[in-house]
Every structure is written in C-alpha cells, then in structure tokens.
Design a protein. Structure first.
Length: 274
C-alpha cells in the first residue's frame, strides 16, 4: 500500500494509512475540565461539495465519486476515539432504509484493530450516540442500543410529551438544549454533565453550524478529493448564516494521499480553532 506523505508541518514524512489518525491521540484532550472536546469530519470535492443532486426533486446525496475506503478507514479511526458520536434524525431514517452505514463498525473484520484499540483503553465496544432533532421524527432501530450503547436525544423548544415518553421507553433520555434549535454551547454543557469528554460529530452541515456558532468545535478534519463535481443543488460543510466575526482555524496536519478514488489524489487535512 503506497505511503501517505505529510506536507505540513515540515519536515515532510511518510506514513502508513492505518493508524494515521490514531496517532493524533485525541483522547489526550479528555482531561479538560471546562467542557468536552469536539471534533468533526467531512469529505468534499475540490469545489467544496459534500452532497450533490440525488434522484428525487431537490434531494441531495453523498457523491459516490468522492467516497472511498481510504477516507472511510480514517473516519473509523476518529470514531474509535470518541466517547459519544453526534448524529441526526435524518441519519436514523436513512439507516433504517438501508441508505447509511453503521458509524463505528467494530464488528467489521477490516476494523478489528480499532475494536482492540478501544478494549486496551477500557472503552466500551461502541461509543454512545447522541441524536440531534428538532422534530423527534425518526425511527428507532433495535441496533441503536446494542452492546449496551447509551443513546441521548437532544431537541429544542417544548417537545410533545407523548413522543418524548415513547422515545425514552425505547431508546434513551430526551434532553432540551435550546429554544428554536439545539444550541451548541448548551449542548456542550449537557454532555459535560453526563460525563462525556470526547465528542465526535459525524453529522452534516447543520450540526457543524451549531458547533461553530456555539464556539465549541475544537478540530475539523477534512478530506479533499481532487475532483471538481459541479451541480445544483449542492451542499458544503457549513450552510448557516454569515459568521461575524469569522471562525479562524489553523492547520494541524496536512497529508497527501496519492491513492484517492478513480485515480485521483486526495488531501487529509485537520485544523484547530484559534
């Protein structure tokens, strides 16, 4: 397997793909006392698209032309380091329809080393999962709570008590963390109160919006595949209102992977907020 080339910081260096993000040792930040450590990950085209037109009217889908096993491996390495993973009601709907993969695939033989990695650190087999949803309109697949995984649902406003009771009977606790939408800073506070230290956002741009606006996103991972896709409608990593002032990030690591999808290269980049 061809090596990964680190471009930043200098000096340049070669690495194996497996273990590349485990070596970032994100769990070293779990000892912070003010709030949990938040990190997120996206894969995008050269023109910034994370989703392109789907088969239905105004529907958006993740482009098959940029998804690839090498990026997916690193996604799993990030998920393996989490205490809890942020997702959405949309993800649960797509999961039950067979359109989405399990986030942390500890049962997959390809990622058996990640299962061992968690076990060696006395972590449960699965990270817990947090579902963010305003409407609470999502199915609850039985697999959601498998292997003792804890589920927490964050919503906003005044949710219907009947729906709350139904969800709590089948999945996990429902917590209000905002009025017109989930508030990032309040989400961080509630997660801290529940004892979580490492929070991985595997959700889309709306969740990234609230993390950035709430000043709680600590690190952004971005895979940029060297392909220009075009197309309308489309989606980028952030789609909220203009940030005033802008959120400023600085590079942490930049790697060149010459074995991207369909003969392209890709960059594995990470940024820390300053």
């Amino acid at each position: 397997m061809e090596k990964i080339h680190r471009l930043y910081p200098l000096p340049t260096q070669e690495y194996e793909l497996n273990g590349l993000y485990l070596a970032h040792d994100l769990r070293q930040y779990r000892h912070r006392t003010d709030r949990p450590y938040f990190y997120a990950d996206f894969v995008a085209s050269l023109d910034g698209r994370i989703a392109i037109p789907g088969p239905g009217p105004e529907s958006l889908v993740v482009p098959n032309s940029i998804t690839n096993p090498r990026d997916w491996r690193l996604f799993q390495e990030l998920a393996a380091q989490a205490d809890i993973i942020l997702s959405s009601g949309r993800y649960l709907r797509e999961w039950t329809q067979g359109k989405a993969q399990q986030i942390l695939q500890v049962a997959d033989p390809r990622f058996a080393d990640l299962s061992r990695w968690r076990a060696e650190r006395s972590l449960p087999p699965q990270a817990d999962i947090a579902i963010l949803s305003r409407s609470l309109d999502f199915p609850i697949p039985p697999e959601l709570t498998q292997a003792g995984r804890r589920v927490v649902i964050f919503t906003s406003g005044s949710p219907d008590p009947g729906r709350v009771a139904e969800i709590e009977a089948r999945a996990g606790k429902v917590i209000v963390a905002g009025q017109t939408g989930v508030d990032g800073s309040l989400l961080a506070r509630r997660l801290s109160e529940l004892g979580y230290c490492m929070v991985y956002s595997a959700a889309g741009p709306r969740v990234l919006d609230l993390l950035v606006e709430g000043l709680v996103l600590d690190r952004l991972y971005l895979t940029q595949v060297s392909k220009i896709l075009g197309g309308r409608p489309d989606s980028s990593i952030l789609e909220g209102p203009l940030l005033t002032p802008p959120a400023i990030f600085q590079p942490y690591h930049v790697y060149l992977d010459p074995l991207g999808p369909s003969g392209s290269s890709q960059l594995f980049m990470s940024y820390d907020r300053i």
